[in-house]
Design a protein around this ligand. Structure first.
Ligand code: XMP
Length: 510
């Protein structure tokens, strides 16, 4: 596997994904939490950073613990830090070098640049420049503006090669970036590329069997991809000793509970469907504060879950569909502080009930979860489903929740999503949904004046939900959705389209 040291670059996760696309496992750790390098680590990559090595507060881990042990690749800040650490000179450049450039003077016989032609386009984004190389390092490539675009030491100063590049191979605009990473990871570091979905499944099933033994496991299905794939893996490992709950909170999309329940049965899962609609509606009645709505839903979820779990004897483990982006510790620009976001949909339940946690997907990115799901033979419509928030339609109905409002939104949303599939747009957007606005406006239908509610349509493209861009959906599609909703859903006479990006807006309205 490949270890990636994170210095806080916005691209660190992208490096990990690029490596994994080569079917090589990679993991990200904060720059100051380097694990013991046992033989499972074949290479180390140092990420870029918002910091400058010239700053007082620059991040300066001990490189002697890494360099010489396994092949190392420093990217941007990583490269500057290596240069600085071993006695080279780094200075602030007068202007920030940002954007496309072309590589020149590639040392022909070099392993890192194998199959990459002189002139290849790369992406630069840095404020520091390396002026003099440290001893034992050699220049490998330059661009018109940057003399030291790539350098390395593969001739004996260290026991293992060290490569440093000023540009970002992980971003799309570095056209041969994939080839460069392949050269480093496969040819130089000797990784084999056997980390495939099939291999992951085999390994995980084996681990789960060993870990869980003869015990019983409980898992809460949400209808989403992550919990479903986690359930399938556990089912493969321990069969009917996996017990699944699927709670109907009355806040799902139209017909979704029944539809997903049928899919689960088709997949052979042992699922208890729990109708808790009324409990959720009662807890939400009259509440319009977004945070209090979320809290009420979380509380009822735990109550229902706990009550039902008590009916099952001898449960020892609680399984969750937590994925990698939820557990990566990120390095923040505001002091090297550490934030961890964990998906605890079941709150403090594990502690309260004395359950141990199993998270079979905690090392996977979302797209990898989908690939694993496909390999497990899960139905395509479950795997390709858009993300859907735990609190469901409650955070898409602004203001207080009533069953009538839920019904109104479900009808409008079903039209939107079905049309999206009909137009072949569903798989092109990352997430889409309809929001019921607490606004009434005047309209005219036939000869009648109407005074009814408005809905907003939301569709975004994103890779992880952290940032998002509004989708540029075709006007004729939006027109068709708008008239279908207004003509068919009594109570709605106006449709608007949300054109806000995240940040500064968020994907959901509450
Ligand atoms: P925001 O609105 O924060 O949403 O831009 C980012 C992504 O997270 C989803 N989301 C949630 N998912 N429980 C969840 O499981 C929640 O409370 C929750 N709130 C937002 C949202 O749908 C989007 O995909």
């Amino acid at each position: 596997k490949v270890l990636i040291l994170d210095f806080g670059s916005q691209y660190t996760q992208l490096i990990a994904r690029r490596i994994r696309e080569l079917n090589v496992y990679s993991e990200i750790v904060p720059f100051n939490k380097v694990p013991e390098l046992d033989e499972s680590y074949r290479a180390v990559i140092l990420s870029g950073s918002p910091f400058s090595v010239k700053e007082e507060r620059a991040l300066r881990p001990d490189l002697d613990a890494l360099i010489g042990k396994v092949p190392v690749l420093g990217i941007c800040y990583g490269a500057q830090y290596i240069a600085d650490y071993y006695g080279g000179t780094v200075s602030r450049s007068l202007k920030r070098e940002y954007g496309k450039a072309n590589l020149g003077r590639v040392r022909r016989s070099d392993g890192l640049f194998e199959s990459i032609e002189t002139g290849s386009q790369v992406w630069m984004s840095h404020g520091d420049t390396i002026q003099h190389l440290p001893e034992g390092f050699e220049l490998l490539a330059s661009t018109a503006d940057v003399e030291v675009a790539a350098f390395g030491s593969d001739n004996g100063r260290f026991e293992a090669p060290v490569y440093c590049i000023q540009f970002h191979p992980e971003v799309y605009h570095t056209l041969d970036g994939g080839q460069l990473l392949r050269n480093f990871v496969m040819n130089i570091a000797g990784c084999t590329g056997d980390w495939t979905p099939a291999h992951f499944i085999e390994q995980t099933v084996e681990d789960l069997r060993e870990r869980v033994g003869e015990e019983r496991v409980l898992l809460g299905l949400s209808g989403g991809v992550d919990s479903s794939v986690a359930a399938m893996l556990l089912h493969r490992a321990i069969g009917d000793r996996l017990f699944c709950f699927f709670i109907d909170n009355g806040l799902l999309r139209k017909g979704e509970f029944e539809e997903v329940e049928r899919s689960y049965e088709g997949m052979g899962l042992n699922v208890t469907a729990i109708d808790a609609k009324q409990e959720f509606y009662s807890a939400l009645a009259g509440e319009s504060d977004p945070e209090l709505k979320r809290k009420a839903i979380g509380r009822v979820f735990i109550e229902v879950f706990e009550r039902e779990a008590k009916k099952l004897a001898n449960i020892k483990y609680l399984a969750q569909g937590t994925i990698y982006p939820d557990v990566i510790e990120s390095v923040s620009v505001h002091g090297p502080s550490v934030t961890i976001k964990s998906h605890h949909n079941v709150g403090g339940l594990p502690e309260k009930m004395g359950l141990k946690i199993v998270e079979p997907l905690r090392n996977l990115f979302k797209d990898e979860v989908r690939r694993v799901g496909t390999e497990l033979g899960m139905p395509a419509h479950l795997i390709g489903r858009h993300p859907f928030p735990g609190p469901g339609l409650a955070i898409r109905i602004l203001g207080d929740i009533t069953p009538a409002k839920v019904h109104l939104l479900q009808e409008a949303d079903a039209i939107y999503i079905n049309k999206m599939r009909e137009y072949g747009l569903y798989d092109q957007v990352w997430q889409a949904g309809t929001i019921l606005l607490p606004v009434q406006s005047v309209g005219v239908m036939g000869d009648e004046r109407t005074y009814e509610q408005a809905v907003a349509l939301r569709a975004v493209t994103s890779t992880d939900g952290m940032t998002a861009e509004w989708s540029h959906l075709p006007y004729d599609f939006l027109a068709a959705v708008s008239s279908a909703i207004i003509n068919n859903v009594k109570g709605i006479n106006r449709v608007v389209y949300d054109i806000s990006t995240k940040p500064p807006a968020t994907i959901e309205w509450e």
